[in-house]
Design a protein around this ligand. Structure first.
Ligand code: SF4
Length: 327
């Protein structure tokens, strides 16, 4: 039986960090066996916020694909492609923009949130308001069964379903309505306890060296009530402990939990233990990155192959769309 198809993308606006691994990539990796996965670099989406200086988009596109492969996404199992290489996305976006009522976009909750979150950029543009319409084109182009997203992105999938319904109603029943495949949440925060983000300068990156990881971990904010070494701590309020739960073995976690509560272990030592475990987990990823960086043609070939597969499907979908719209 043919596998169901899923589609998801990432904006190339910086290197990937541990938040991306736990918020999306671990899930993407596990979906590879059960679904036909299309993962794309959303470079046109990156333009919505990076339009004034586009250098970062080019710089990070291949870098992100290297990170994907380093964390275990497999180009033999999944299709990796670049959004802007499949021009059909722009055409479908344009057609969808004709049928999408403005009020659907204006009431989109993530639109308002992102305007606030990225207040340092002027996002009052036509392109940024229409960003969910482009997302709908990205998803529906491949007639995806589902879209793996975090809770905060699920309104966009709902909007995609509404756009598909409206298109199908006006023209022809071309597009299936995609499902939300909710990503299991693993909340890890940045070193300052805010959401891990490049913009907050608080992220630990997949490509950080051992020394950089050690330095960042040493700077991490711990349980705010543990001001002195002799104060008992509360692991459940400590971001370092959250990292232990993800990277340290069970036995050691138990000891740290007890040591923290009884103040027999200090935060400096606790962080050193965590950094060692984190570095141990990141070392195979770094080794894979070194191997891929030494072979840039391989990444180019992976992208070309993926683009070809995506373009084939996109071409077929657009033939149906043009016929249905009669244009
Ligand atoms: S000992 Fe570890 S878990 Fe406890 S507050 Fe310090 S860093 Fe956090």
């Amino acid at each position: 039986m043919a596998k169901k198809r899923i589609v998801s993308g990432m904006r190339p606006t910086g290197r990937l960090h541990l938040g991306h691994i736990h918020g999306a990539l671990n899930n993407w990796r596990s979906l590879q066996d059960d679904y036909e996965c299309f993962y794309f670099i959303a470079d046109w989406h990156a333009l919505t916020s990076e339009y004034a200086d586009t250098a970062i988009i080019k710089e990070t596109t291949k870098d992100i694909i290297i990170d994907w492969i380093s964390v275990g996404l497999d180009p033999e199992k999944s299709v990796f492609f670049i959004q802007s290489s499949i021009k059909e996305h722009a055409e479908l976006h344009l057609i969808f923009s004709m049928v999408t009522p403005l009020s659907w976009l204006e009431r989109n909750p993530t639109y308002k949130e992102q305007l606030k979150e990225m207040a340092q950029k002027n996002l009052y543009t036509y392109g940024f308001l229409g960003y969910p319409v482009l997302q709908a084109a990205d998803i529906l182009m491949y007639k995806a069964h589902g879209v793996p997203v975090g809770e905060d992105q699920s309104p966009h999938v709902e909007l995609t379903r509404e756009i598909a319904r409206r298109f199908n109603h006006f023209y022809s029943n071309i597009f299936p309505l995609p499902e939300v495949l909710l990503t299991p949440e693993a909340k890890i925060l940045g070193i300052d306890r805010r959401k891990m983000s490049k913009g907050y300068d608080n992220a630990i990156y997949v490509s950080d060296s051992k020394e950089v990881v050690e330095r960042k971990v040493a700077e991490m904010i711990t349980d705010p009530q543990r001001a002195r070494r002799s104060d008992p701590g509360r692991p459940e309020y400590c971001n370092v402990f959250t990292f232990h739960e993800l990277y340290t073995d069970r036995e050691a976690i138990k000891e740290i939990d007890e040591g923290c509560r009884s103040a027999t272990i200090g935060c400096v030592e606790c962080k050193q233990v965590m950094a060692t475990h984190l570095n141990r987990a990141l070392e195979p990823l770094r080794a894979k990155r070194r191997e891929l960086e030494a072979n840039p043609e391989l990444i180019d070939t992976i992208i070309e192959e993926g683009n070809k597969k995506a373009r084939n499907i996109a071409g077929r979908t657009m033939n149906e769309v043009r016929e249905a719209v009669r244009i």
